[in-house]
Design a protein around this ligand. Sequence first.
Ligand SMILES: Nc1ncnc2c1ncn2[C@@H]1O[C@H](COP(=O)(O)OP(=O)(O)OP(=O)(O)O)[C@@H](O)[C@H]1O
Ligand SMILES: [Mg+2]
Length: 147
Amino acid sequence: MKSFISNSVENTIELGSKIGALLNPGDVILLTGDLGAGKTHIAKGVGKALGVKRIINSPTFTIVKEYSGNNVKFYHLDLYRLDGLNNDFDLEEYIESDGICVIEWPHQIEEILPKEYLNIKLLRLDDNQRKIEIEGIGRYKKYEEMI
Ligand SMILES: Nc1ncnc2c1ncn2[C@@H]1O[C@H](COP(=O)(O)OP(=O)(O)OP(=O)(O)O)[C@@H](O)[C@H]1O
Ligand SMILES: [Mg+2]
C-alpha cells in the first residue's frame, strides 16, 4: 500500500494522471471513500492521461459514462444509485472489456468484480486535504512502486 496527501483538487487530478499513464488495456480501478472525498477527481486525472478530451463529470445519474481516449476506451462507472445487480446494465461487459474501467462505489457489485484490481481509497482530512491510499491487488501490485 502506498499513501499520499493531496492538498488541492489539482494535486488529486495529477495523482490520477500519474496512475492513468501506467495503465494497460483492460485494467480496473476501484475508488472508495465518502461522498465528496475526491473519487471523481481521480477519474478526471486518469481520463486526462488516457487522452480523453471531453470533460469527465460525476456520472451519478447515468451509472456508466463512456469516453474515447488515445486508442483506448475509458469507462467511468458510478454505482452510488445502483440498486444491486437486478438491473438492466450489463456491467460485466465494461469490466471485462479491454478498455480502462474506473468504478466509484464498487461494493455494490462485489460478485462481478475481478480478482485483481487497483484499489484507491480517499479520505477527507479537511476542506482541501485528502489522504489517498493506493493498493494493487495481484498483478496490480507493481503499480504501487511505479507511482
Ligand atoms: N484535495 C482535494 N482533492 C479532491 N477534491 C477536493 C480536494 N479538496 C477539496 N476538494 C473538493 O471535494 C469535492 C470532491 O468531489 P468529487 O466529486 O471528486 O468527490 P466524489 O468522491 O467523487 O463524490 P461522490 O461520491 O459524490 O461521487 C469537490 O467539491 C472538490 O472541489
Ligand atoms: Mg464521484
